[in-house]
Write a protein that binds this ligand. Structure first.
Ligand code: NAD
Length: 245
């Protein structure tokens, strides 16, 4: 029997990058997976591409900055129960603080923190009823160590750590775990947008001397999302090839 057989999972931001790899990995391990995209057609397309139309992976529309959209999405995903929530979706708006526009700060917080908290709030109800749940939240090494030009992103990702540890304590007695993964430099569209010099500097600082892959992050998430990780909660797992910014 596969490790996640009979489990139902929701992965936010699953149309590309790390989220897509997580959705594929959870499905491979036997879970029924909902993946979200900001547009339903993009989510459906990614879902079909992952499982070849076998309907084990389904698309849902989600805009984290819209509380109504969060409730509708989680409501649909939780019909029949929700065992696993992976809060993967996130954005960055980089630039030095001195030049930062207030709307960029707000956009990062609204997506990375407000949206993530709203998803957890909506998912916890069915998990409490089932007395079982696995929540995995996507932070970043930048949230733990900071990075020049990324104050908003770092603050939001550090916020996710505090939020997750507090929620882990709220839910520990109900058999619901809340953990955080903090990747370093992972090869995706988000990091391809980094200026070449910033990328090279980052890569030099990685003891393993290479970026990680989305699949390497997905493997760690799948473990934390599995019944096997039953005594791990409030943990922050760094997936960085040894990088310490
Ligand atoms: P990506 O930009 O490829 O994917 C981000 C996903 O979030 C997309 O699917 C996008 O549609 C979704 N998203 C953005 N805004 C949204 C909104 N308002 N509502 C709903 N969905 C929204 O990024 P990625 O590199 O795959 O990163 C995924 C996660 O991993 C992010 O939280 C990111 O901060 C984190 N992370 C990435 C790296 C890296 O090196 N790539 C490192 C550390 C952490």
């Amino acid at each position: 029997m596969k490790r996640l057989e009979g489990q139902r999972a929701l992965v936010t931001g699953g149309t590309r990058g790390i989220g897509r790899a997580i959705a594929a990995r959870l499905a491979d391990e036997g879970a029924e997976v909902f993946l979200t995209g900001r547009r339903r057609d993009q989510a459906d397309e990614a879902a079909a591409a992952i499982d070849g139309g076998r309907s084990r992976v389904l698309g849902l529309a989600l805009d984290l900055t819209d509380p109504g959209s969060v409730l509708a999405c989680l409501g649909e995903a939780a019909v029949g129960g929700l065992d696993i929530l992976v809060n993967n979706a996130g954005i960055s708006r980089d630039g030095l603080l001195i030049r930062q526009k207030p709307e960029d700060w707000r956009a990062v917080m609204a997506t990375n923190l407000d949206g993530l908290a709203a998803c957890c709030r909506a998912a916890v109800r069915p998990m409490l009823r089932a007395r079982y749940g696995r929540i995995v939240n996507m932070s970043s090494i930048v949230g733990l160590r900071g990075n020049a030009g990324q104050t908003a992103y770092a603050a939001s990702k550090a916020g996710i750590v505090g939020f997750s540890r507090a929620l882990a304590k709220e839910l520990a007695r109900r058999n619901i775990t809340v953990n955080v993964v903090a990747p370093g430099l992972i090869e995706t569209d988000m990091t391809r947008e980094l200026p070449r010099r910033a990328r090279e500097a980052l890569q030099r600082a990685i003891p393993m001397a290479r970026p990680g892959s989305a699949e390497e992050v997905a493997a760690a998430v799948a473990f934390l999302a599995s019944p096997e990780a039953s005594y791990i909660t409030g943990a922050v797992l760094e997936i960085t090839g040894g990088l310490a910014l």
